[in-house]
Unconditional design. Structure first.
Length: 122
């Protein structure tokens, strides 16, 4: 969790604090998959459990298969894009503050987006 980078050092520090992820006490965010469901040749649903701090909840992620290719060095690689959305309050992340206009600073929904490349072992 210490790798959080939002391109704002002050915000990153706040996200690492006990108000949010408390990275000193909970250094890892964990995802354990339980099922990969094929929707089509290029789209899957990844089901599993996400742990943030000390709260574990089921989550479902959309997986787009980008294909398999051989790189210039002869390695076989597969690419995937994962997307989903979770509610931060479901994981005990409840900190918020009001703005001068009366709105709230932090939305409840967190978008999950990951670009993953896997390399076939020889």
């Amino acid at each position: 969790m210490n790798s959080i980078n939002t391109n704002n050092v002050q915000r990153d520090g706040h996200l690492k604090s006990p108000d949010f992820f408390d990275t000193e006490k909970y250094p890892q965010l964990k995802f354990e998959s339980s099922e990969l469901e094929k929707k089509s040749d290029e789209e899957y649903a990844l089901h599993g459990h996400l742990t943030i701090r000390d709260v574990t909840k089921p989550v479902n992620l959309k997986v787009d298969f980008g294909g398999i290719a051989k790189d210039p060095y002869g390695n076989i690689k597969a690419g995937f894009t994962l997307e989903g959305k979770i509610n931060r309050k479901d994981f005990g992340l409840t900190w918020n503050a009001a703005t001068e206009a009366g709105g709230i600073m932090v939305g409840e929904d967190l978008k999950v987006h990951a670009e993953i490349q896997l390399v076939k072992q020889a």
